[in-house]
Design a binder for this molecule. Structure first.
Ligand code: CTP
Length: 212
């Protein structure tokens, strides 16, 4: 099985020395990639900038920086994949203009204009063939279930992994996480707080032993 996974944050440049990003460490995506290699899958890891060691045994490692880079890398490869897990915390906005020179401070406030980036997963939801399995993540601070289910619908996903962020031991920088997996079929599977490696193994077993 050919499985592509996206991981980590993206960086959206403001000028040559500054960028906008988020707290994603890439740990969950890398744990999924490692578990998938161990399970014998052909794994393609598309990664934003992270401080993690590249997993052994990948079919391909594709480093990217911005949301636009990630969109291209993922969309180019998706047609030949059996499944895609979108674990990356893709920036939803980027600066309208990237200054070629360092921006120097001036008196008073500064306004930075942002524009939307592509919703990569939503694009893939539109490209998806019947045999392809699409899995998203929903990292939320509130209304976890409702928001996750609406994202699954809007992005045409087969599964969505919902997790709380902003709580110690869960989400972004943590080594542990707790998620609830919702399937398009209506199945709901709770994974209590555990290390991301164990969680990754359990999630892959659930998703790929019973097709969502
Ligand atoms: N995602 C993506 N491209 C984006 C934003 C998000 O592919 N530009 C993917 C993420 O990898 C994740 C899922 O979409 O699998 C959910 O992302 P999230 O940012 O939580 O949801 P949004 O659709 O951005 O919704 P909202 O801004 O309302 O939280």
């Amino acid at each position: 099985m050919k499985l592509m996974i996206s991981a980590g944050p993206t960086r959206e440049a403001i000028d040559p020395v500054r960028f906008i990003t988020n707290h994603s460490s890439g740990k969950m995506g890398y744990a999924l990639a490692e578990a998938a290699v161990a399970a014998g899958y052909e794994v393609y890891l598309v990664s934003g900038p992270v401080n993690l060691k590249q997993p052994d045994g990948l079919a391909e490692f594709i480093p990217v920086i911005s949301a636009a880079d990630m969109a291209k890398a993922v969309k180019d490869r998706f047609p030949v994949m059996d499944a895609f897990i979108s674990c990356a915390a893709v920036a939803d906005y980027r600066p309208v203009e990237i200054s070629a020179q360092k921006i120097h401070k001036q008196d008073g406030d500064m306004i930075l204009r942002l524009e939307r980036t592509e919703d990569i997963l939503q694009s893939l939801g539109q490209m998806k063939a019947a045999h392809q399995t699409l899995i998203g993540f929903a990292a939320e601070t509130e209304d976890l279930r409702a928001r996750a289910l609406s994202k699954m619908e809007r992005k045409n996903l087969d599964w969505i992994a919902a997790n709380t962020v902003g709580v110690p031991g869960r989400g972004f920088q943590a080594d542990t996480n707790a998620v609830t997996l919702y399937a398009r079929t209506g199945e709901v599977v709770d994974f209590p707080l555990t290390d991301k490696k164990t969680l990754a193994e359990q999630m892959l077993q659930t998703i790929f032993s019973k097709k969502g």
